[in-house]
Design a protein around this ligand. Sequence first.
Ligand code: XMP
Length: 326
Amino acid sequence: MQNNKRPETMERITTPALAQAFIAEQIAAIQAQVGDKKVLLALSGGVDSSVVAALLIRAIGKNLVCVHVNHGLLRKGEPEQVIQVFRHEMDANLIYVDAVDRFLDKLAGVAEPEQKRKIIGAEFIRVFEEEARKQEGIQFLAQGTIYPDILESGPVKAHHNVGGLPEDLQFELVEPLKFLFKDEVRVVGHELGLPDNMVYRQPFPGPGLGVRCVGAITRDRLEAVRESDAILREEFAKAGLEGKVWQYFTIVPDFKTVGVKNNVRCFEWPVVLRAVNTRDAMTATVEDVPFALLQKITARITAEVPGVNRVLFDLTPKPTGTIEWE
Ligand code: XMP
C-alpha cells in the first residue's frame, strides 16, 4: 500500500540548500525505483509537471518520455516554451502532439461548461493513451501529484492524475513531489534551473482557455481570449504585478455589442478582465488594479485584438462570483 502521509519529521523546503538536499534524495529514490526502465510523463508545462520532468531528466535522462499535448487551449507561447526548455535546453526525450484540431472539432457547438470539461478530459486521456501505446517498454508513469492533491483541500480540482487509462496501461506510479506543498515545489523547480516564469506562474486550470471562452468555443473567439490574456499578462509584468496577484486572466463571453472603430460602426465581443487574490481559492478578493493600468490594457486590447471593441473589469469577489466564469 502506498504511504500518503507526509512524514512528521520532514522539514519544510524553504531554502536552496534544503531544495538541493531534496533533489539529491529524490534522484537516488527514482533511480532505485525505476532502474533502467522507461517512465512516461504527461508534461503540460505547468509548475508541477515541469518540476517532475526536470527531476526525472536529472535522474534517468532519456528514459523519461515526456508527452506534451497541445489541445489548443493553452496560453500564448506555452507550447513553444515547453519545447524550448525541455527539448532544446534540457535535452529531454519530448514528444509534442499537435491535437488542436481534434479538441476543437470535438468541442464545436458544445456550450454547457461541465460537458466542455468532460470532453477536454476524455480527449486528453485518449490522446495520451495513443502516445503511450506507441512507446515500447514503458513500466512507469510519473505524475506531478503534490500534497494538497492528496489532502484534497480546497476546490482546485486535481488535474495531475492521468487516471482513466485502460486496465492494460496501468503503470506503476512515480510521484516525487507527493509530500510537497506548492511553495516547496517552486523552490525545488528554481534549483533545478527551470525559468522563473514557469516556476512562479499563476494557477491555470486543466481545461485551459476553454473555460474562459464562454459557451461554445469558436476558433476566432478563442484567439481573442489568447491574445487578450497575453496583453494582460505582459502589462501586469511591466507594472511589477507578476507574482504578486494570485490569478489574472481574460474572458470572452459569447455575445457582441455595438461600438465604433475608425468611424465605422462595429458589432464585436467584449473582453472581461479578472484579477483576484486568495489563499485557498475557496474565497477570493478582487485586486485593486490601478485605473491607469486598466486604461492602458483596454487601449491595447481594443486596438490589437481582432473582433473586440470593449473591455470590462470584473469587480466581483468570490462569493458570489467564482474565479473562473465557467
Ligand atoms: P473557481 O472558478 O471554482 O476556481 O472559483 C478556483 C480555482 O480552481 C481553478 N479551476 C480549475 N482547475 N480544472 C482545474 O485544474 C478545472 O476544471 C478548474 N476550474 C477552476 C481556477 O482557475 C481557480 O484557480
